[in-house]
Design a protein around this ligand. Structure first.
Ligand SMILES: NC(=O)c1ccc[n+]([C@@H]2O[C@H](COP(=O)([O-])OP(=O)(O)OC[C@H]3O[C@@H](n4cnc5c(N)ncnc54)[C@H](O)[C@@H]3O)[C@@H](O)[C@H]2O)c1
Length: 443
């Protein structure tokens, strides 16, 4: 074990102890479901927990690959479960088993790996249970809906030696890899600032609607899971949960993790920020249902550069004509990047460009490459390109942005004590209070 990982495990155990956490996987499940790792020539049996949107996209990318079967699906919405089961049958000619409780799915010895495509508040519990059951995991981003859960998930991965890919698929994207190589090889000179923006209409949520009856076929108590009990409201449900603190963190955790990750990758940063501060608020669209900030700017101080995030939800304009992207500002040039484009703007000196111009380059979706990398790693037992530590790091950056804004304070993280020092308001937002009978897992 390397020293960084050992230090992380030791110090995060303090957080687990402080939170009074408990294991939630029955011993019978552990014994029943422990499965040997997949070998080179074996078929990989994959299952999906949370089937409506992104998780299903991930699953389609998995079953497109040779030697991969979908053997089980799990969802708490019977309508979605039935629809996705029919979709899988059509795609692969074999129907997967259906589960409405992920704990039952994880008892299934035929399952080698799971995709977790549930809302963010429902990542940690199935993730830890899957580790304990000996499954490998493709978990969607952000890793979890709180700092404490991210730490627990790292410990579970390493304790049970699981292969984990976090769904920040840009790590598999050729345009992103090329841009990182250019920056690291000095193409823009000394990098001093990365500005990141993500402006999306969906960030203001849907038009407000009254609470209503739970739709037929939905196990709403199980959809809420560890989150507080609240009446059913469609503006907080499928897809819309992102804009409510109980389930998500708004644009900075939803899109921010994708892009902040690239801002950190540019200098291979593995540390938390020196400090985090934020400004913004909920200034617009009072007729739309959202708690997370429609207007937000976060500044991260790093040892030798700054990262900034900004979102203006409800608009889709942004710098360089792009609704979202990153600008890497170096002494000699600025590199603009998003999933579709990479552009290079040399700086001028004495009327001449400091470095040669480069043609604009275009990029493609990298979800399938990211899934391929996960499937290869299941066989080689290597760490995938977006490993759990990486998923944790950037999720922590994103959550810290929200916590700085929610507490109106500049945050400084104390990595020994796993808290924000004497900032008690911020410390209260590190660990979620799970609704009984759910308990934060003790690892
Ligand atoms: N990598 C990407 O580019 C990308 C894009 C979109 C979403 N995501 C991530 O994917 C995840 C899912 O987002 P989405 O947009 O698909 O959400 P969604 O609301 O469309 O779908 C979530 C599904 O999970 C189900 N579910 C909820 N609780 C469950 C439980 N306890 N057990 C089983 N199923 C449960 C819901 O019924 C629903 O079918 C989120 O973490 C999101 O951030 C990633």
């Amino acid at each position: 074990m390397d020293t960084t990982r050992r230090k992380f495990l030791t110090s995060t155990t303090k957080l687990a102890a402080a939170a009074g956490l408990a294991s939630m996987v029955p011993a019978s499940l552990l014994a029943a479901s422990k499965r040997k790792n997949v070998s080179a020539g074996d078929t990989i049996n994959i299952a999906l927990i949370g089937c409506r949107s992104m998780g299903f996209g991930d699953l389609l990318n998995a079953i497109k690959q040779p030697g991969v079967d979908c053997t089980a699906l799990c969802d708490v919405d019977r309508n979605i479960l039935d629809e996705r089961t029919a979709d899988v049958l059509k795609k692969q000619g074999k129907a997967p088993k259906k589960y409405s409780d992920y704990r039952k799915l994880l008892e299934d010895k035929d399952v080698d790996a799971v995709i977790i495509g549930t809302p963010d508040h429902w990542h940690c519990l199935p993730f830890v249970a899957a580790c304990e059951a000996g499954k490998d995991i493709y978990v969607e981003k952000p890793l979890a809906n709180s700092i404490a859960e991210c730490d627990i998930m790292v410990r579970a991965t390493r304790k049970y030696n699981r292969v984990v890919q976090v769904g920040m698929q840009q790590r598999s994207g050729p345009l992103f890899k090329k841009s990182m190589e250019l920056i690291q090889n000095g193409a823009i000179g000394q990098l001093r600032k990365v500005n990141i923006w993500g402006n999306f209409n969906y960030g203001i949520g849907e038009i407000k609607a009254p609470d209503s009856a739970v739709p037929a076929g939905v196990d709403y108590d199980m959809w809420l899971g560890p989150a507080p009990l609240k009446a059913f409201n469609k503006t907080r449900f499928h897809g819309n949960w992102r804009m409510f603190w109980d389930y998500g963190g708004g644009l900075v955790t939803d899109w921010g993790v994708h892009l902040l990750d690239i801002g950190l990758w540019a200098k291979n940063i593995v540390q938390l920020p020196v400090s985090v501060s934020a400004v913004g608020g909920n200034f617009a669209y009072p007729d739309h249902a959202h708690e997370t900030f429609d207007t937000l700017n976060v500044i991260y101080q790093l040892p030798d550069y700054t990262l900034s995030w900004e979102n203006t939800a409800g608009t889709e304009n942004g710098p360089y004509g792009l609704p979202y992207g990153l600008s890497f500002i170096g002494n000699d040039a600025t590199l603009i990047l998003n999933r579709e484009n990479m552009e290079f703007y040399p700086d001028m000196q004495n009327g001449k460009p400091k470095v040669a111009a480069r043609p604009k380059e275009t990029g493609d979706d990298s979800h399938e490459l990211h899934m391929q990398n996960f499937l290869e790693c299941i066989k080689t037992r290597k760490d995938p390109v977006c490993n759990i530590e990486n998923g944790r790091l950037v999720a922590m950056y994103a959550h810290m942005g929200n916590i700085a804004m929610r507490t109106q304070s500049m945050l400084v993280w104390n990595d020994e004590d796993k808290n924000f020092g004497d900032n008690s308001a911020a410390n209260k937002l590190i660990t979620p209070a799970y609704r009984a009978p759910w308990k934060l897992p003790l690892i």
